[in-house]
Design a protein. Structure first.
Ligand code: BES
Ligand code: MN
Ligand code: ZN
Length: 498
């Protein structure tokens, strides 16, 4: 989608359609001498969030269609506003038009500024207009014809809107990248494919992409990663993207993603029903790749390292067994009591490797546990951190972008659940608090860093009829990176570390 900015009175603009509130629509109708037609159309319309009404204005007229968005001229909460723009985006999607004007600058949304309103509106459009038809030969859903969306604001906000539109495009591309990677079937999307896709990012300035192969990882002592990867005929990869958009003196933000391109469970084999959804077990990786792509596209003035731990978890003669003990890159040993708890095994070595970049902060993102779905469902991603301020920073970024997250406890009280009789720790913590004990496992590899872990098993993809990757938490991560970039531009306002 192309976005452009117009300032001035909406009644003066030409367009195939205008997305606006009922008050504005009535003004435009009056201007076009169609007040009666509009009044008649309005008869059964409820001016509430979630409702829309489409009114055609007969030619000749500057604006051909009024897409009236219910509730947009009333006082709204942020959630209500998101309902409004989602409904508008849905209605817009079906229209055979090339261009539309989108107005939401007058909306009164509690605690929201113009930037928030516009970026959330554009995010709703991007979400709605995404399709993945690559592997369909028939009945491919017709892509929408809409190509240009015009944002309206006042003259003062013009430059702010321009930056916002640029960032919206960057975010849209990052989200699309993440969703496409997630939706690819597991026979296409294996670790080598992820590496090839990552390499495409290197065509931009200031970007370097490399990968560790299995031989290199073995020599680095990544015994935990290798114990997962060794069961698959697909070679595992540790993919590294370095983006140096900031001053050389600045420490990088490091993002780490779980990239299990298919999780059978290994020898601790999963039940068959719904196993296809384990192609989404690389969605953590997809999200850090998507956020990295967005940061590169937006030319954010930050230093960023993205590490993807890519492997396939298969049962085979070479697969690790329950009871195997492996030595991680950190030197700590792990008794593998369940080969299906493989995410933490690839991540612990990736997190140890991350130290090499002397990170300012590290965030790992993983579809790590079924337990987090029991705890939080599909609405919030779980955040764990060894620094509460850092956790709040991520949660705030999620609130802003509508990609919400919630902090969970990372208390030492849970650590004894990881006790092993034979090694430094077990890779599972028993039936209780499964998402927390998984985070506790990772915490043992990140002690010297400011680190957060996001368990996105409930949010990164949908099952059932709407099966597909959501792109979450790209929205949260991109907002977090934008805020870090702003912080760097104004070093005086930098918050002290708690
Ligand atoms: N990839 C799964 C977690 C998962 C489950 C993601 C459902 C998305 C939807 C992970 O590797 C896994 O199998 N976790 C086990 C851990 C257990 C063996 C301690 C789980 O959650 O059952
Ligand atoms: Mn598993
Ligand atoms: Zn998994």
């Amino acid at each position: 989608m192309k976005y452009s900015i117009k300032t001035g009175a909406v009644t003066e603009l030409n367009s195939d359609a205008i997305v606006c509130d009922a008050t504005t629509a009535s003004k435009i109708a009056k201007q076009a001498d169609q007040a009666d037609l509009y009044a008649a159309a309005l008869a059964d319309f409820k001016n509430k969030p979630g409702q829309t009404l489409l009114v055609h204005l007969p030619e000749p007229t500057k604006i051909n269609r009024l897409l009236v968005v219910g509730g947009l001229d009333t006082n709204l909460s942020k959630t209500e506003f998101r309902n409004c723009v989602q409904a508008a985006a849905t209605r817009l999607h079906g229209l055979p038009i090339m261009q539309a004007i989108w107005t939401c600058h007058q909306a009164k949304v509690k605690g929201a500024d113009l930037a928030w309103k516009c970026s959330n509106a554009l995010a709703a459009v991007a979400q709605k207009f995404y399709t993945f038809g690559e592997h369909k030969t028939k009945s491919v859903p017709k892509p929408s014809t809409l190509a240009n969306l015009v944002l309206v604001g006042d003259a003062r906000s013009r430059s702010a809107l321009m930056q916002l539109a640029k960032r919206a495009v960057a975010l849209e591309e990052g989200l699309q990248f993440a969703r496409d990677l997630g939706n690819q079937p597991p026979n296409v999307c294996h670790p080598t494919y992820l590496h090839a896709e990552a390499k495409r990012l290197a065509s931009a300035a200031k970007v370097k992409v490399s990968a560790l192969d299995e031989k290199r990882m073995t020599s680095l002592g990544m015994g935990a990663f290798m114990s997962v990867s060794q069961g698959s005929d697909q070679p595992g990869k540790m993919i590294i993207i370095e983006y140096n958009g900031g001053p050389a003196s600045k420490k990088p933000v490091v993002l780490v993603g779980k990239g299990i391109t298919f999780d059978t469970g290994g020898i601790s084999l999963k039940p068959g029903a719904g196993m296809d959804e384990m192609k989404f077990d690389m969605c953590g990786a997809a999200s850090v790749l998507g956020a990295t792509k967005a940061a590169i596209e937006a030319k954010l003035p930050i230093n960023l390292v993205c590490i993807v731990a890519a492997a396939e978890n298969m049962p085979s003669g070479d697969a690790s067994r329950p009871g195997d003990i492996v030595t991680t890159m950190s030197g700590q040993t792990v008794e593998i009591l369940n080969t299906d708890a493989e995410g933490r095994l690839v991540l612990c070595d990736a997190l140890t490797y991350a130290k090499k970049f002397d990170p300012e902060v590290v965030v790992d993102v993983a579809t790590l546990t079924g337990a987090v779905i029991v705890a939080l469902g599909s609405k919030a991603s779980a955040v764990y951190s060894n620094d509460d301020r850092f956790a709040s920073e991520l949660i705030e970024a999620g609130e802003y972008s509508g990609d919400r997250a919630w902090q969970m406890p990372l208390w030492d009280e849970y650590q004894p659940q990881l006790k092993s009789n034979f090694a430094d720790m077990a890779n599972i913590g028993g039936r209780e608090a499964g998402s927390i004990t998984a985070a506790c496992f990772l915490a043992r590899y990140t002690e010297e860093m400011t680190w957060a872990h996001m368990d996105v098993a409930g949010t990164a993809f949908k099952g059932g009829g709407a099966k597909g990757a959501t792109g979450r938490p790209v929205g949260l991560l991109f907002r977090f990176l934008c805020e870090r970039a702003a912080r760097k531009a104004a070093p005086k306002r930098r918050a002290k570390k708690a």
